[in-house]
Design a protein around this ligand. Structure first.
Ligand code: SAH
Ligand code: SF4
Length: 410
């Protein structure tokens, strides 16, 4: 979801200092129950003295309150005893990520810069989460890592030092935080403004397209997505969850078998020499191997296609010969193609292809039977694709501090 570019900020409603009503993880030393799978949750209940025969039933109750109702306070859980609620509250917490900034675009797109506390000896870390409302759905774009090790040359996240993997709690925390801020829980009034999509949910889709390579953080991403797709909890169908990878071939089969979500592949080039440059992981897992892994993807069919992402870089990968080769390469693989206008960032070596060229490229792709493949840029007025909000927010904070200092000095 990196198709947004920094343009104007005048319509921006920037809530830099907004604090969530829910407890945040900062300074919290009780372990969180968010992000635990069903079995670890039952084990946590056994630890606070719930008798073995009751742990299943109690953890099912808790699961509902945590993920369907989104409670952040054990006292709101009305169908368990006061005594058990007190024991849970003494031992555990239900925190949310701390909001560093929340920005709401004129088109309803929201971006959050979220801070998580240190794990072990590390420092607090910040990641981005983006919500994109459309008429028929609302998509939440989640981060999986702080930074990325893969250094794709067109990607801003790739220039940031990899700090660490996010935990399952932190990935699920992004979903819950977004639902809190959007009031996206049954029985609460949606705070969305554009009406609720026909799915009845504001967050109806999830894409793992924020910061990081999700298949380099497989276990945590798997735990988090199994929670997101659990029918008794957050309850998003696996068909509404898409995991995007730059092509970590050995993990693709496991993604299909163990998580079962939709797959998106960051292809971006149709020749190995160019893909080696744009997506250096291609040197390890070249295009032919990647496409073989796609052909073998679990459940692949015309109803469950793989999305191929293709960032449009002027004069680099956007020739009509490239378009024809793309169509040829994907023949026989049930696919969708997403052409993504390149979102430039300060210091990037590329330019976005001219709109005419994108359209000519798209015509070839369309003629081969792929429908409306150009991803529309969203949230233009609130800056930043994933990976860029963070640095922009640092800049804004510095600017604000300077203004404040000037005021004090004056
Ligand atoms: N690491 C994963 C998921 C995160 S990136 C991956 O690479 O697939 C999500 C998508 O945004 C990828 O397709 C990525 O190639 C694309 N992207 C990254 N930087 C971009 C930019 N500056 N402009 C447009 N798309 C970009
Ligand atoms: Fe990492 Fe994806 Fe960016 Fe490549 S495009 S550097 S894999 S986040």
């Amino acid at each position: 979801m990196k198709a947004m570019s920094p343009v104007t900020t005048d319509l921006q409603r920037d809530l830099q200092t907004s604090a969530p009503a829910a407890p945040t993880a900062a300074g919290e030393d009780r372990p969180s129950l968010i992000g635990l799978g069903r079995e670890p949750l039952a084990a946590a209940l056994a630890d606070v003295g719930v008798p073995q025969g009751q742990t299943r039933m109690r953890s099912a109750q808790l699961w509902h309150w945590l993920y369907v109702r989104g409670v952040t306070d054990f006292d709101m859980i009305t169908n368990i005893s006061k005594d058990l609620r007190a024991r849970l509250a003494e031992t555990f917490a239900l925190p949310r990520p701390e909001i560093v900034s929340e920005q709401i675009s004129a088109d309803g797109t929201r971006k959050w810069l979220l801070r998580f506390p240190p794990r072990g000896a590390g420092r607090p870390v910040e990641v981005e989460t983006v919500y994109i409302p459309e008429e028929s759905r609302g998509t939440l774009c989640l981060s999986s890592q702080v930074g990325c090790t893969l250094n794709c040359t067109f990607c801003h996240t790739g220039t940031q030092t990899m700090v660490r993997n996010l935990t399952s709690e932190e990935i699920v925390g992004q979903i819950l935080l977004a639902r809190d801020r959007l009031e996206d829980y049954p029985g609460r009034t949606p705070g969305h403004g554009n009406g609720t999509p026909p799915t009845g949910r504001l967050v109806s889709n999830i894409v793992m397209m924020g910061m990081g390579e999700p298949l380099y953080n497989f276990d945590n991403v798997k735990d988090a997505l199994l929670i997101a797709s659990d029918g008794d909890g957050i309850g998003l169908s696996r068909r509404r969850i898409t995991l995007s990878t730059s092509g970590v071939v050995p993990m693709i089969a496991r993604t299909g078998a163990e998580i079962g979500v939709m797959l998106a592949i960051s292809l971006h080039a149709v020749r190995d020499d160019l893909r080696d440059e744009l997506v250096p992981l291609n040197k390890r897992y070249p295009i032919a191997e990647l496409l073989d892994a796609c052909r073998a993807y679990h459940g692949l069919s015309n109803a469950r296609r793989i999305t191929f992402e293709y960032v449009m870089l002027k004069g680099v990968n956007d020739s009509l010969a490239d378009a024809r080769e793309l169509v040829r390469l994907l023949r026989g693989i049930p696919s969708k193609i997403n052409l993504i206008p390149f979102n430039p960032w300060p210091g990037s070596a590329y330019e976005c292809s001219d709109w005419d060229q994108i359209e000519r490229f798209a015509d070839i792709v369309n003629a081969a039977g792929y429908a409306s493949p150009i991803r529309t840029p969203r949230g233009r007025d609130i800056l930043a694709a994933c990976g860029q909000l963070k640095s922009e927010s640092e800049r804004l904070r510095i600017r604000e501090r300077m203004a404040l200092e000037a005021m004090i000095a004056g």
